[in-house]
Design a protein around this ligand. Structure first.
Ligand code: GDP
Ligand code: ZN
Length: 315
C-alpha cells in the first residue's frame, strides 16, 4: 500500500469537502512531535509527550492537537543494552535481516524467530556482494534458508541485486532492516530510498524541533512501491519476550516437520525419543551449529519464563 492510500484508508467516512482530514499515519517521530501523513497527501506536525507511546507506522485520528491511536496489527520491539524494551514501529509486515561477512553467528536464526513471533514475515539480505567473501556467504545462506524464507544477495555499494529486493518490496510491503553494526543497513536504506537524507534536513527546521533535532525514526516510500522504516539506534535485535513455544514453532528449518513430525506433539527436540529434528541433525540435513543455536535460544526463552514465573505477581 502506498503511504497516501494508507492515510486515506483511515479517513472517517465522507466528511464535507471543507472539513479537515482526521485519519492519518505517523511517518516521523521526533521525540516531542510526530509528523502525520493524511490521505490527501497533506503532512502535519503534531506535538506529543515524550513518552506518549506513539511510534512510526501508527494509524491515528487527529483532533486538534490530540492523537487517537488506532489498534495495531503488529509491533516491533527491541531490547537495549540495559535490558529495557522499546517499541520501534507499528504495523510492519516484513523484517529484513541484513547479513554481511562478520555477522555474528546465530543472528539470522534469532532474528527470524523474533520476527515470526512478532507476526512479521522475515527475509534475508546478504549485503556487500561486490566482495568475494560476501558472495560465498550469500550462497551458503541461500542453501540454508531457501526453503524457509526469501533471500537476497546484493551490494548496496554497487547496486547489483537491488532490483530483486525492490521487486519484493513493490508487492506492498512495509518493513525495516535489522543487522549488526557495519553490515550496511544505512547504505541499503539510502540506496533504496534516495529521499531519506533530503527529508530529515527539511524537517529539522520546524519551529518545535530546532536545527539539530534528528528523527527518532521515520517511514519512507521506496520509489516503485513499498515502505521502509529507518530507526537510527536500532542496531542489534535482542530477542524480546519470546516464549519457548514460539522458538519451537518458528525456528527456521523446522517447517518440514509439519508432515514428518516428532513422536510427541509437544517435543522440544532435545533428547525425546522419535524426535524428527535430532534425526535431521544425524542425517546432516540440519547443521550441528544451527541445532546448537536452536538449543541456546530455547534455553534462553525457558530461563526467561522461569524467572517470570518466580517473580511475585503484581496486584
Ligand atoms: P550499518 O551500521 O549497518 O548502518 O552499516 P553502514 O551502512 O553504515 O555501512 C558500514 C560500512 O560498510 C561502511 O563503510 C559502508 O561503506 C560499507 N558498505 C555498505 N554497503 C556495502 C557494500 O555493498 N559493499 C561494500 N564493499 N561495503 C559496503
Ligand atoms: Zn522433536
Amino acid at each position: 500500500m502506498r503511504l497516501e492510500e494508507a492515510g486515506k484508508e483511515m479517513s472517517t467516512g465522507k466528511a464535507p469537502e471543507s472539513a479537515p482530514e482526521t485519519g492519518g499515519l505517523i511517518v516521523s517521530h521526533f521525540g516531542v512531535a510526530v509528523e502525520v501523513l493524511f490521505g490527501g497527501g497533506e503532512r502535519r506536525m503534531v506535538r506529543v509527550k515524550r513518552n506518549s507511546g506513539h511510534v512510526v507506522g501508527d494509524r491515528v485520528r487527529v483532533a486538534g492537537e490530540v492523537l487517537e491511536r488506532l489498534p495495531r496489527q503488529t509491533e516491533l520491539r527491541r531490547r537495549d543494552a540495559r535490558g529495557s524494551v522499546h517499541l520501534v514501529a507499528a504495523n510492519l509486515d516484513v523484517l529484513g535481516i541484513v547479513l554481511a561477512p562478520g555477522s555474528p553467528s546465530g543472528f539470522a536464526d534469532r532474528a527470524i524467530v523474533a520476527a515470526r513471533a512478532a507476526g512479521l514475515k522475515p527475509f534475508l539480505v546478504c549485503n556487500k556482494c561486490d566482495l568475494p567473501e560476501a558472495r560465498a556467504l550469500a550462497s551458503e545462506v541461500a542453501g540454508t534458508y531457501a526453503g524457509s524464507l526469501s533471500t537476497f544477495a546484493l551490494s548496496a555499494a554497487s547496486g547489483e541485486g537491488i532490483e530483486d529486493l525492490r521487486g519484493f518490496l513493490r508487492e506492498g510491503h512495509r518493513g525495516a532492516f535489522v543487522g549488526s553494526t557495519g553490515v550496511g543497513k544505512s547504505s541499503l536504506l539510502n540506496a533504496l530510498c534516495p529521499e531519506i537524507n533530503l527529508k530529515v534536513g527539511e524537517l529539522s527546521d520546524h519551529r518545535w524541533l530546532g536545527k539539530h533535532t534528528t528523527t527518532v525514526s521515520s517511514l519512507h516510500t521506496v520509489p516503485g512501491g513499498g515502505e521502509l522504516v529507518d530507526t537510527p539506534g536500532f542496531r542489534d535485535f535482542g530477542l524480546v519476550d519470546i516464549s519457548s513455544e514460539e522458538v519451537v514453532e518458528y525456528f527456521p528449518g523446522f517447517e518440514s516437520l509439519e508432515e514428518n513430525g516428532c513422536r510427541f506433539h509437544n517435543c522440544r527436540h532435545r533428547s525425546e525419543p522419535g524426535c524428527a529434528v535430532t534425526e535431521l541433525v544425524e542425517r546432516g540435513e540440519l547443521a550441528a551449529d544451527r541445532y546448537r543455536c536452536y538449543l541456546d535460544i530455547l534455553a534462553e526463552a525457558e530461563a526467561a519464563e522461569d524467572a517470570a514465573a518466580r517473580r511475585p505477581r503484581k496486584k
